[in-house]
Design a protein around this ligand. Structure first.
Ligand code: GDP
Ligand code: ZN
Length: 316
């Protein structure tokens, strides 16, 4: 038996995994059978996972071990078939061990959905990724004061906000710098300029990411196909599909306040330990909304997501 090699999952396609090892060689691997027997409520391996593989002479291999994840950026997906039997939802790991997420929105055309941004931020906070950055593209299309009005509050509560224009080449160097040497998820609604931005960062990068997404759409079956694209200056970018929505995985209604970073520190000051921040007297969160310390828009997002989670949990 040869030694096990350490590697990184750089692509997953229909049950096959491409694993990059230290010398840059890529091995196409399958999961060892016994790994597949484990609980299936989540993905056993996904892009970004650090694995140990057993290689064969023909360049193929088997994934023997998957290391514990430092962060998991995931969403909830409906399971197919088998109504009534087994769970209705499962966790789809978009990327494991990402250092950061860049959530891309447009200043205008399409006008930014802050509700969606707040949803992304909740999922980002839940994931354990060290850094979440909001990229505001197409700043050439909107009045600076309007842009500031939308995104300034996010900077104020502690998020990095990067203003860019792929068209006017604003903020592109800074974006490139921020991606360098890191494993990043790069996602946002379609049409906001993700492809254009990536092409400005590195020629052909936008196309490389898009071609993975296109390949995914072609199959009749929703087979998994995702990849980490290597950056010239070091680091990887995950091809994360242009998410139209992001269903929240495994967040209970009662824990939602922990993922609103400006609300979380107030919760211990509410009169009731199990305060929902919706109607209770002595609620510090509502007081903070009244005084303007917490933005009304963020609070509205909290209420809306809370309702969504309550409904999801009520089914069981
Ligand atoms: P994606 O769907 O997020 O990948 O968005 P694309 O990169 O395909 O861009 C969508 C449209 O927005 C295209 O017509 C781009 O030319 C345009 N676009 C992208 N970035 C900018 C920008 O910074 N300013 C302006 N005015 N248009 C942009
Ligand atoms: Zn409260």
């Amino acid at each position: 038996m040869s030694q096990l090699l350490d590697g990184l999952v750089v692509r997953e396609q229909s049950g096959f995994f491409e694993i990059e090892v230290a010398d840059g060689t890529i091995y196409t691997c399958r999961l060892r059978g016994r790994l597949k027997e484990e609980a299936q409520s989540s993905d056993i391996a996904a892009i970004g996972d650090r694995v140990k593989i057993q290689t064969a002479d023909d360049g193929t291999g088997t994934i023997e071990e998957v290391a514990e994840r430092e962060s998991v950026f995931s969403r909830s997906v409906r399971t197919e078939g088998n109504r009534g039997a087994g769970a209705a939802e499962r966790e789809h790991v978009i990327i494991a061990n990402a250092d950061q997420a860049m959530f891309v929105f447009a200043a205008a055309q399409p006008s930014p959905s802050l509700k969606m941004l707040d949803r992304f931020l909740v999922v980002g906070e839940k994931s354990g990724m060290k850094r979440l950055c909001i990229v505001v593209n197409k700043i050439d299309l909107e009045d600076p004061s309007v842009i500031e009005q939308h995104f300034g509050p996010y900077k104020k509560i502690g998020y990095s906000v990067l203003y860019t224009s792929a068209l006017a080449k604003v903020g592109v160097d800074e974006l490139r710098q921020q991606l360098q040497g890191k494993i990043s998820a790069f996602t946002g609604p379609s049409g906001v300029g993700k492809t254009s931005l990536l092409n400005a960062v590195q020629p052909g990068l936008g196309r490389a990411v898009k071609s993975v997404s296109e390949a995914r759409k072609e199959g009749i079956h929703t087979t998994r196909d995702s990849a980490l694209i290597k950056l010239e200056g070091g680091g990887y970018l995950a091809d994360t599909p242009g998410l139209r929505t992001l269903s929240i995985w495994d967040v209970e209604p009662e824990e939602l306040d922990a993922y609103f970073i400006e609300i979380a520190p107030l919760v211990s000051q509410c009169r009731f330990g199990d305060c929902t921040h919706i109607h209770e007297p002595g609620c510090k969160v509502r007081a903070a909304v009244q005084s303007g310390e917490v933005s009304k828009i963020r609070y509205q997002s909290y209420l809306q997501l809370r309702e969504e989670l309550e409904e999801a949990y009520a089914v069981y």
